[in-house]
Design a protein around this ligand. Structure first.
Ligand code: AQP
Length: 327
């Protein structure tokens, strides 16, 4: 039997190159070796305010981008998190075994809370819901970018605590980071992670950015005061551009860029990104031409995974002594 893989993306804005190189590309590469479930985690997105109309559109757009980036809906299940109630149900059970101090330590919570006028309880709760996403499917492998490593450790701690309090119920999940591209930084500030929720026109490259926009953004990317690429001594901006180029085209290596003037180097990076995005954008246009297609994929994904989630919920309820009807 194939081991199960679970991962997700929030439909909270435009998917960017960090999401692709840190997550989607990796998913597409490993999907045939596992039983894969890829989620559009809309319940996570609402931990900060989302415009309802936009969120509804983004959920479908995100699903279409999964497929355009190489996720095969025949092979993998593409699921909207809120369409399987087991995520939220298990999250509550796990909340009750999670010490508050564990959540207060999460760096992403601290960073996001700083930006909110009023911090919703859901923001603190976010990593418990993420643990539930993984554990409800008994997933063994969780391919994510580096920013999620701390949340994954917490998911393991929560699983362990539940298992030791109530008996073995959950499979222990493992983090799987990509070899290259685990942490793509913002073009405007190479010390912060490229992120959907950071504003600014030159922060992120969206997967649906036109080639002219990609070229413009990379031309403006922050570098440093050196004239040319020194592979042994790259500043953070140049190192980030190199990582992007190498992840998009493995033939671009430190040797091949050594001594290049920054202007030429940026052109090379831009062309590598444009070539990578072009087939994704073409496929995206094809898929979205048929409005009903995405809904049919999401319905099929839900149908496939529901029995797995229901089985885990039954087991977790029995373990805790909650009511389960005798049938
Ligand atoms: N910059 C990144 N580099 C590599 N991987 C990344 N991921 C996200 N950013 C990078 C990975 O993409 C998957 C989905 O993550 P997400 O939906 O949380 O994406 P986001 O862009 O981080 O979204 P937000 O809404 O802007 O969240 P915050 O503000 O929390 O960063 C994950 O596997 C993630 O690791």
């Amino acid at each position: 039997m194939k081991a199960r893989v679970l991962s997700g993306v929030q439909p909270s804005g435009q998917l960017h190159l960090g999401n692709y190189l840190g997550a989607l590309k990796n998913w597409a590469e490993i999907q045939s070796n596992y039983e894969s479930i890829f989620c559009i985690v809309d319940l996570h997105a609402i931990t900060v305010y989302q415009d309802p109309k936009e969120l509804a559109e983004k959920i479908r757009e995100t699903a279409a981008l999964f497929i355009a980036a190489g996720i095969d809906p025949q092979e993998s299940s593409i699921v909207v998190q809120s369409s399987v109630s087991g995520h939220a149900e298990l999250a509550w059970m796990l909340t009750c075994v999670t010490p508050l101090g564990w959540l207060n330590r999460m760096t992403q919570y601290k960073a996001k809370a700083e930006k909110q006028e009023t911090v919703g309880a859901g923001l603190l709760q976010y990593p418990v819901l993420m643990a539930a996403d993984i554990l409800v499917y008994q997933a063994k492998i969780v391919p994510v970018g580096e920013d999620q490593s701390q949340h994954l450790e917490l998911a393991r701690d929560i699983a362990q605590r539940f298992n030791s309090m109530y008996g073995d119920t959950f499979v222990m999940p493992e983090t799987r980071l990509p070899a290259v591209g685990a942490r793509i930084m913002g073009l405007d500030d190479p010390t912060t992670k490229m992120s959907k929720s950071v504003s600014g026109t030159n922060h992120a490259i969206a997967l649906l950015d036109e080639p002219s926009i990609v070229r413009k953004k990379i031309a403006r990317a922050t570098t440093d005061s050196q004239p040319a690429v020194d592979p042994e001594n790259m500043g953070p901006g140049v190192a980030n551009l190199f990582t992007i180029a190498h992840a998009c085209d493995p033939f671009i290596t430190k040797n091949s860029v050594a001594g290049m003037r920054y202007g030429d180097f940026k052109k090379l990076v831009a062309e590598a990104v444009v070539s990578r995005l072009e087939p994704i954008q073409r496929k995206y246009r094809e898929i979205t031409a048929d409005r009903g297609y995405i809904d049919s994929v999401l319905l099929e994904g839900q149908r496939r995974v529901l029995p797995i989630a229901e089985n885990t919920i039954r087991n977790a309820k029995r373990a805790m002594g909650l009511y389960v009807a005798n049938r």
